[in-house]
Design a protein around this ligand. Structure first.
Ligand code: 5GP
Ligand code: MN
Length: 338
């Protein structure tokens, strides 16, 4: 962090702090927020974590989870916390539209704003930033920031497991190109303070319901389309498909990776029909930027090889059609990506 001394000064006396995460928080957003919140609490700050909406059950083992406030369920409590906050953190996002209905409260607030994030093109609303697109996970930046603060010995096993979950998932289980020596060094230190990598993996990846596994089977056998000409594979799920499998929040997470795992595929997409929108997940390998693709065509964004977007104006069918119709113009780029 550039002005680390001023940041240290800011946190040298107890403050009212709210850590916010992006819509549909994932393990990195929630784990980074709860891990950092744990340390801040130990330093006698009054800390709350506020999420715009609910998150999947497979994240609910995290220490501090019970105290996370969900904005769309407890609006008044959250508004009060944000209005009274002296410091507001943006964890794992740096574009205010990613916090949904919390956005106006952050914009209005006179609190000191801090971004800890690894997404590209951050907005300029923060007083302090721990930001790098080189970081594989926001949890990595939290760990590094604790080091800069001289607080690395403050982490305990529970907080460490929150950070570990963020690193594990954002690196795709240490498979993506963002899996660096530095990340492994951090993980080694986390294991050193008692983090049990195996049980975190079990909690996050191997806690499936039978319905979820059946939904996976259905999606792969009935809703997968492979367009070899473009090196593209996509899956789509309608509201009815989801209801038929009694799908719960988070049940489609990771599904897009099955499409990407097909040999020769460069870009994979998942289209999920929600109540009032179509949610899109894009993944790629090599030089094909799904961030550019999502930004340009679907008002979304993310990272080079993992991005997302939403569409409120079109039906699932129309979104999929638009996607297919876009492919010819990307054919050359898709074919030279590997
Ligand atoms: P996922 O497909 O797992 O939901 O998201 C993959 C990546 O894309 C995440 O890093 C997330 O930050 C980003 N992302 C997902 N949805 C959106 C969106 O609607 N807008 C933007 N700007 N980024 C998104
Ligand atoms: Mn992240």
């Amino acid at each position: 962090m550039q002005n680390i001394d001023a940041f240290k000064q800011l946190l040298s006396s107890p403050k009212k702090i709210v850590l916010t995460v992006h819509l549909n928080p994932d393990a990195d957003a929630l784990g980074s927020a709860l891990g950092f919140a744990g340390v801040l609490s130990k330093k006698n700050h009054q800390v709350s974590v506020v999420s715009p909406n609910a998150y999947p059950d497979f994240l609910k083992w995290m220490k501090g989870n019970e105290e996370v406030k969900i904005f769309d369920k407890e609006k008044e409590v959250c508004e009060k916390l944000l209005q009274e906050a002296e410091i507001i953190f943006s964890i794992d996002y740096s574009s205010l539209k990613r916090v949904g209905d919390i956005q106006p409260l952050i914009e209005k607030s006179e609190a000191t704003k801090v971004i800890i994030d690894h997404h590209i093109e951050p907005e300029e609303y923060a007083d302090f930033m721990k930001w790098s697109t080189k970081a594989g996970a926001t949890a990595e930046l939290v760990f590094d920031l604790l080091g800069e603060m001289g607080w690395d010995n403050m982490l305990d096993q529970d907080m460490g497991e929150c950070l570990y979950a963020g690193i594990m998932t954002d690196t795709g289980g240490f498979k993506h190109p963002n899996t660096t020596q530095h990340i492994h060094e951090i993980v080694a230190k986390l294991i050193g303070i008692g983090v049990d990598a195996s049980r975190v993996s079990k909690w996050v990846y191997d806690s499936n319901s039978v319905n979820r596994i059946k939904l996976l089977g259905f999606a792969l056998s009935k809703r997968l389309n492979v367009l070899s000409e473009y090196k593209v594979a996509y899956i789509y799920l309608s509201k009815k498909d989801l209801a038929n499998h009694n799908a719960q929040k988070g049940d489609t997470e990771g599904l897009v990776n099955y499409a990407l795992s097909i040999k020769g595929i460069v870009m994979a997409a998942l289209f999920t029909e929600k109540e009032d929108m179509v949610k899109m997940s894009f993944r790629s390998i090599g030089s094909f930027s799904v961030n550019d693709f999502a930004r340009k065509n679907f008002d979304g964004g993310g990272h080079m090889n993992a991005a997302g977007g939403i569409c409120k104006e079109m039906s699932l069918k129309e979104v999929v059609k638009k996607f297919e119709q876009l492919l010819p113009q990307y054919k050359t780029e898709l074919n030279k990506a590997l």
